[in-house]
Design a protein around this ligand. Structure first.
Ligand code: GDG
Length: 735
C-alpha cells in the first residue's frame, strides 16, 4: 500500500533518556498538530532527526529508540555532533535563516557549513530512499532540507514530492548574494509542488528561478526538462479548536483550578484594574524585532506619558539557538534594554516591562493569551507568525486587540488587525494608544472576522489542501498530451527501423542533440555527438538530415567537413553530403533593410538583447535580458512589427526568448516534406524541441515517427525527457 512520508529536521516526538530508560513523548508544536490528519494510521511515516546526536545515543538503546519511534510511525536520521554544528547551527541558522529574513549582514558564507549541509541533506535523502517505495508521496518541510527533493527525485523519478518552506523566500536581490544559489534552487526543483505561506514569497522564488536558472515560467508552473513544477501559496493555519477549547475550559476554571501563574496575573489585575496588559510572545530571534519593540514601547511612554502606570508590557522570549553568537548578543541587548527602561521608569507601584526568558507550559500560554488586552507582535520579517493567530483564537468573548507587523506572513490574512511597520515608532505609539482606547464593539467586530477565517482555514485544511494539490498534480502529469516513449514503443520503433528499406531522419539541433546554452556559440557539438552522427550518416539505406534554424556559417564550420546533409535557417538553405549550401526555397530579402533599424532601436533600449542576422531572416534574442523587462519589450516589438509588415510575405514568430522575422513561406515542415517527396522512404523519423519543429510534426505523414523533446503541448506522437534521452534513442538505431 502506498504511504505518505513526511520529512522535517526534527521529529514530532521528544526522546528522553534518564537512568538508562527511554521515553518518547509526542510534541505539541504547530507542525506536529497540523500534520496529524496526514500522519495518521499505518499509512504514514515521519522521518527526521531525533534530537540526540550519535555521540549522545547509548549503543545499548539504539534498538529501543527505533522501536519507540516506530510506535509513533517515526524513523530517525542519525546525525553526529559535527553534522549538527555545520548543518544546523552553521548553514541553516547562520547562512539561510538570516539571509531569508533579510539580515544580509548576519549571513555567513562558509564553505564548511555548505559541505555539511550537503552531507546531511544526503543523509535525509538516503533515509527516505531506504524507507519508501516508488508510489509513496513525500512531503519535505523547511529550510534545513532544501536539497532533499532533488536528491530523492534523482533516484525516484516517478515519486510525487512536495516541499513547503516555513520561512520567507527573499527577493532576488537578496537571494542572488548566496554563493550556492543555483544549487539551492535546483535542489528545490526536485519537487513536483513547492508551497509558500504567501504569494510574495512565491513570486520572489519564481523570479529567482527565471533569472538565475533561465527557466521558463508560465503563471505558477516551471518547465524543467520533461517536468512541470507547480508553485503555489498555502498560508498555514493553526489548530483553532485546540486553542478555542483551551480558552473555554480556562474560563470555567474555579479559583482552585487556576494555575499559580494565572492567580498572580489575576491578583495584579485586581490591584490595578485600569492597567492594560500588552503581550508579546516570540522565540528569542533577531527576526522577531524584540529589541525594537522595547524601544518603541519606551518611545510610546515618552510620547504619551499619561499611560505610565496604566500599561504593562509582558515579553515572553523563548530561548532559541543559543549556540549561535548573534543570538547570544541579542539576549544581552534585550537584558540590558529591559533593565535600563525598568530602572528608569519604574515606580513603587509599577514595573513597565515584565520579561520572561523561558518556555512556558501550554497552560500558561493560554493564561497569557486570555489575560492580555492587547497582543503586540512586531517581527521585522516572519514567514507566517502563528502567535498572532493563536491570540485571536483564544479570545472567546471576542474582545482583545491584535497589533501586528505588516512584515509577518499572517498580516496578509489578518487585515482586521491593526497593522504596523515595526520600524515606525511614531505610528506604533499612535496605534498602541488607539488599541488601548478601542471600544469593545469595535474589538468584537474585528475579531469576529478574524476568528471566522481562522476557524475555516485551520491547520488541517492547510495540510489537506497541500496534499490534494500534490495529488492533482500527479493526475495532470499522468494524462499529458503526447505519449511517453515507453519500452514497448521503443521496441516497436526498433522493429520498424530494422525492417525498413529506406529511412529518412530529421534531427533538430539546439535543445535536441545538445542542451540550450545562453551563448549559442558554446553549444558546439561534442565528440560523442560527432561519433553518433557519423554512424547514423554512414548507415546503409539511411538519409540523415540535420534541420535547424541556425545560420549556414556556423553549420558549415561544424558539419561540412563531416559531409552530413543539412537544412538551415528553417528551410532556406540545403547542403547535401557536405557540399556548399544552396537555396532550397526562393525568398525575398528586401524587407530586411526596413526591419533592421527597428530591431536595432530595441537592442539599444534593452540591455542584454542582440540581433542575429541570417541570410533570409532576422532574430531579436532577449534570453540575456532581465526576464520581465525582456518580455515586456518583446510584446512591444511584436506590436511594432505587426503594424509594419502589413500584408507582406513575412511573418513574426515568437520563440523561446527570441522574436524572429522571416519569409512566410519558409519553415521546417515545408522543407522536410520536399525532401520526403524526393524518394520512396518507408521509415520517416523527426525529432525536435520547440515550436519551429511543430511544422515538421504537423506536415509529415501520419506514418512518420515524430518525437518532441520535453513535456509541452505538441503535435508529435511521442515525447522524451531531455537531450540525454535523445542520444540514447538514436544510439539504438546504430547499435
Ligand atoms: C516558523 C516561522 C512560521 C511560543 N512560546 C511558547 C510556545 N510557543 C509556540 C507558539 C507558536 C510557536 O511556538 C511559534 O510559532 P511562530 O509561527 O510564531 O514562529 P517560529 O517558531 O519562528 O516558526 C514562522 C512557522 O514556522 C510555521 O510555519 O509561522 O514564521 O518563523 O505555536 O504557541 N509554546 C509553549 N510555550 C511557550 O513558551 N508551549
Amino acid at each position: 500500500m502506498s504511504k505518505t512520508i513526511i520529512i522535517s529536521n526534527r521529529l514530532p516526538v521528544q526522546l528522553q533518556i534518564s537512568d538508562g530508560g527511554l521515553t518518547a513523548i509526542p510534541s505539541v508544536g504547530g507542525l506536529a498538530t497540523g500534520m496529524k490528519s496526514v500522519h495518521s494510521g499505518g499509512e504514514s511515516l515521519w522521518i527526521g532527526w531525533s534530537g540526540l546526536t550519535d555521540e549522545e545515543t547509548p549503543a545499548a538503546l539504539e534498538g529501543e529508540i527505533d522501536k519507540a519511534l516506530k510506535n509513533h510511525d517515526c524513523a530517525k536520521v542519525n546525525l553526529t555532533e559535527k553534522d549538527i554544528e555545520g548543518f544546523y547551527f552553521g548553514f541553516s541558522n547562520r547562512t539561510i535563516w538570516p539571509l531569508f529574513h533579510y539580515f544580509l549582514e548576519y549571513s555567513e558564507f562558509e564553505l564548511e557549513f555548505w559541505n555539511s549541509y550537503k552531507t546531511v541533506n544526503q543523509k535525509f535523502a538516503d533515509a527516505i530512499i531506504e524507507k519508501s517505495n516508488e508510489d509513496d508521496t513525500i512531503w519535505v518541510h523547511d529550510y534545513q532540507l532544501m536539497l532533499v527533493p532533488q536528491m530523492v527525485k534523482e533516484k525516484r523519478p516517478n515519486t510525487s514530492i512536495g516541499y513547503f518552506l516555513h520561512i520567507p523566500f527573499p527577493s532576488y536581490e537578496i537571494f542572488r548574494t548566496l554563493p550556492w544559489r543555483e544549487e539551492i534552487l535546483e535542489g528545490l526543483l526536485g519537487s513536483d509542488l513547492i508551497g509558500f505561506h504567501t504569494y510574495d514569497y512565491e513570486r520572489h522564488f519564481l523570479s529567482s528561478v527565471r533569472r538565475l536558472l533561465g527557466l521558463e515560467v508560465s503563471f505558477n508552473d516551471i518547465h524543467l526538462d520533461n517536468r512541470v513544477i507547480k508553485v503555489d501559496s498555502f498560508p498555514m493555519g493553526i489548530d483553532y479548536k485546540k486553542f478555542k477549547d483551551a480558552a473555554i475550559s480556562h474560563s470555567k476554571n474555579t479559583h482552585e483550578k487556576r494555575s499559580d501563574f494565572q492567580i498572580k496575573l489575576d491578583d495584579h489585575k485586581a490591584s490595578a484594574p485600569d492597567t492594560k496588559l500588552i503581550l508579546s510572545i516570540d522565540r528569542l530571534d533577531y527576526s522577531k524585532g524584540i529589541a525594537k519593540r522595547i524601544n518603541a514601547f519606551e518611545y510610546f511612554l515618552n510620547k504619551y506619558p499619561e499611560y505610565k502606570e496604566k500599561v504593562r508590557l509582558i515579553i515572553l522570549a523563548v530561548p532559541s539557538r543559543s549556540n549561535v553568537p548573534q543570538y547570544q548578543l541579542l539576549k544581552k541587548e534585550i537584558d540590558e534594554l529591559v533593565g535600563r527602561i525598568n530602572g528608569e521608569l519604574s515606580t513603587v507601584n509599577w514595573t513597565p516591562i515584565w520579561y520572561f526568558y523561558r518556555s512556558l507550559p501550554f497552560e500558561n500560554l493560554i493564561d497569557l493569551y486570555t489575560s492580555s488586552d492587547i497582543a503586540w507582535l512586531t517581527p521585522l520579517r516572519d514567514g507566517m507568525n502563528l502567535v498572532a493567530k493563536e491570540y485571536v483564537a483564544t479570545r472567546i468573548d471576542k474582545t482583545g486587540v491584535l497589533i501586528l507587523s505588516e512584515m509577518a506572513g499572517s498580516a496578509y490574512e489578518m487585515n482586521e488587525a491593526l497593522l504596523i511597520n515595526p520600524n515606525n515608532f511614531e505610528q506604533q505609539a499612535d496605534t498602541l494608544k488607539s488599541a488601548i482606547n478601542m471600544p469593545k464593539e469595535e474589538q468584537i467586530a474585528r475579531n469576529m472576522f478574524l476568528q471566522n477565517r481562522l476557524e475555516r482555514y485551520n491547520v488541517e485544511v492547510w495540510a489537506n489542501e497541500f496534499m490534494n494539490s500534490l495529488n492533482q498534480k500527479r493526475e495532470v502529469i499522468d494524462t499529458f498530451i503526447s505519449q511517453k516513449m515507453s519500452k514497448n514503443i521503443l521496441g516497436e520503433i526498433d522493429n520498424q527501423y530494422s525492417k525498413a528499406k529506406k529511412r529518412l531522419l530529421f534531427l533538430d539541433y539546439d535543445g535536441t542533440l545538445v542542451g540550450f546554452h545562453k551563448d549559442p556559440q558554446k553549444a558546439s557539438p561534442d565528440e560523442e555527438l560527432y561519433e553518433l552522427l557519423d554512424k547514423l550518416h554512414k548507415q546503409e539505406n539511411t538519409t540523415l538530415f540535420l534541420i535547424s534554424g541556425r545560420d549556414k556559417q556556423t553549420f558549415t564550420q561544424w558539419f561540412v567537413p563531416k559531409g552530413y546533409n543539412m537544412i538551415v535557417e528553417h528551410g532556406v538553405w540545403i547542403s547535401r553530403g557536405g557540399e556548399e549550401f544552396k537555396l532550397l526555397e526562393k525568398v525575398k530579402g528586401e524587407w530586411m533593410e526596413k526591419i533592421r533599424p527597428v530591431l536595432e532601436s530595441f537592442v539599444d533600449r534593452t540591455p542584454g538583447s542582440f540581433i542575429e542576422e541570417k541570410n533570409y531572416s532576422m532574430a531579436w534574442h532577449y534570453r540575456n535580458t532581465d526576464p520581465d523587462f525582456g518580455t515586456k519589450r518583446a510584446t512591444e516589438l511584436n506590436t511594432v512589427l505587426t503594424s509594419l509588415i502589413g500584408n507582406d510575405d513575412i511573418s513574426v514568430l515568437n520563440g523561446n526568448k527570441v522574436m524572429e522575422v522571416k519569409s512566410s513561406n519558409v519553415n521546417k515542415g515545408r522543407a522536410s516534406v520536399r525532401i520526403l517527396g524526393e524518394d520512396d522512404y518507408d521509415f520517416v523519423f523527426a525529432i525536435g524541441d520547440d515550436w519551429t519543429d511543430e511544422f515538421m510534426f504537423q506536415e509529415l505523414p501520419d506514418s512518420a515517427v515524430t518525437v518532441k523533446v520535453g513535456l509541452r503541448k505538441t503535435q508529435a506522437k511521442y515525447h522524451v525527457e531531455n537531450t540525454k534521452r535523445v542520444r540514447e534513442l538514436l544510439k539504438r538505431f546504430v547499435e
